[in-house]
Design a protein around this ligand. Structure first.
Ligand code: UDX
Length: 443
């Protein structure tokens, strides 16, 4: 199959490289000449484990190439994927669809022969109809179908998620388009990944519903963690206790500082807006958005409490800045609200992140950056684990303790056993665990 991928951002690049790896001929197109030039030299615009070598392999084997111009690739394509950004529109939280609409217009002018146009970007319900209308209006005689094919990729695990998906959702009522999409994903039949063919609007909504549900699951356990702290219970054991019920499931029940990233915050907001527009407000989703926003700032207050009620003049070391490990993405990262809250309280904030410092620097102008965890902790009055990078899971606690002025350890990801931290002389605070409770033991 010949595939044109419009947008060489996160979704476009990962999807394009994986589709090429399936054996398809893929051209990734992006308007940004600097990005394309870098890709041609093998430099990735994002940090994603395994991506650089996957791109290099497929470029070498002649199945993957990059362009700034879409005309030729679209004309020759069986399927054209739209994977451009859909940021939150400033002011109202609706998804900004101008890039999607621009892409549709450009694609229309280049179509030749029957082509399936696939929206991969996360787009509100009804966007497929709009893309179809734009193409039809621009070139009335074009032969095409518009399909919704949402992605469910997690940053840091995106290649694995693409190649071993739990499911593939294809929204189309056109049998010819369905056949093309089945061919695109045929290599996955071997893994027996189910393909769910639905109406286009249903597919569009499925993506939002999945993200909203996961965001709600996280928010649920986060609130439960606060209650655990108040009543002296252990949230990790509660999570295990409920998660082993097959109807609930153990995943996405890790209490923490609140979800961030490029998807959950944006998509929950956009879904809530769409629902309001249809006169069907989604109260649960609206509450999830509000609770999660407040939680990030509340984490700064938690650190201040752990420091005895004031951080004025104190140095606080943040370990981890990205919204989760294995990415350099700082979008909506809890670290931003935490650093601001601590600085407002008069603290000096020093930070270290294995991959995120370059992205973080402009967003955290008053923060100083360290080269590693131990130099970050040097002379600090508290160390706060904000992101659970593997590099922070097995710190030498003795060395960490020796580096610090006051041994306060606030572990917002519960990666340390409170009892062990206490043995090393730390005043330890996790999330949803009273200090000194040991982690779960299962018989
Ligand atoms: C998410 C979805 O998982 C993915 O399917 C969708 O396509 C895009 O959005 P991503 O944003 O990359 O992926 O990260 P994810 O691993 O889902 O984590 C999102 C946020 O939730 C992170 O801030 C993470 O720290 C937080 N989280 C996740 C928790 O706090 N607790 C959990 O149990 C799981």
């Amino acid at each position: 199959m010949r595939i044109a991928m419009i947008g060489a951002g996160y979704v476009g690049l990962v999807s394009g490289a994986c589709l090429a790896d399936f054996g398809h001929d893929v051209v990734c197109i992006d308007r940004d000449p600097a990005k394309i030039a870098a890709l041609e030299q093998g430099r990735m615009p994002i940090y994603e484990p395994g991506l650089e070598s996957l791109v290099a392999d497929n470029v070498r084997q002649g199945r993957l190439s990059f362009r700034t111009e879409l005309r030729e690739a679209v004309a020759g394509a069986d399927a054209v994927f739209i994977a451009v950004g859909t940021p939150s529109r400033r002011g109202d939280g609706f998804a900004d669809l101008s890039f999607v609409h621009d892409a549709a217009r450009e694609i229309a002018g280049a179509l030749s022969g029957y082509t399936v146009v696939v929206t991969k970007s996360t787009v509100p319900v009804g966007t497929g109809d709009e893309v179809e209308r734009i193409i039809r209006e621009t070139v009335p005689q074009a032969e095409f179908a518009v399909v919704s094919n949402p992605e469910f990729l997690r940053e840091g695990a995106a290649i694995g998620d693409f190649k071993r998906p739990d499911r593939i959702v294809v929204g189309t009522e056109d049998p010819r388009a369905e056949a093309v999409m089945r061919e695109v994903y045929r290599p996955l039949y071997l893994n027996a990944s189910p393909i769910l063919v639905t109406g286009r609007r249903t597919a569009e909504l499925t993506k939002y519903a999945a993200n909203a549900f996961l965001a709600a699951k996280i928010t649920f356990i986060n609130e439960m963690a606060d209650l655990c702290e108040a009543v002296g219970a252990d949230v990790q054991q509660v999570a295990r206790g409920i998660g082993l019920d097959g109807r609930i499931g153990t995943k996405f029940l890790h209490a923490g500082p609140g979800y961030g990233g490029s998807c959950f915050p944006k998509d929950t907001l956009a879904l809530a807006k769409t629902a309001q527009d249809h006169g069907m407000p989604l109260r649960i989703v609206e509450t999830v958005v509000a609770v999660n926003d407040q939680r990030k700032r509340a984490m700064a207050r938690k650190v201040i409490r752990a420091c005895g009620g004031s951080v004025r003049g104190k140095t606080i070391a943040l370990l981890g800045l990205t919204f989760k490990p294995d990415t350099d993405d700082m979008r909506e990262a809890p670290s931003l609200a935490i650093a601001a809250g601590l600085q407002d309280g008069g603290a000096k904030v020093r930070a270290y992140d294995p991959e995120g410092i370059e992205q973080a620097r402009p967003l955290l102008p008053a923060v100083s950056f360290a080269e590693d965890a131990y130099s970050c902790a040097e002379g600090a009055d508290a160390v706060v684990i904000v992101t659970e990078w593997n590099a922070f899971r097995a710190l030498d606690l003795k060395r960490l303790h020796m580096a610090m002025r006051t041994p306060v350890l606030v572990d917002l990801r519960n990666i340390y056993d409170p009892a062990i931290a206490a043995q090393h002389g730390f005043a330890y605070q996790g999330v949803g665990r009273s200090a000194g409770t040991a982690s779960t033991s299962e018989a």
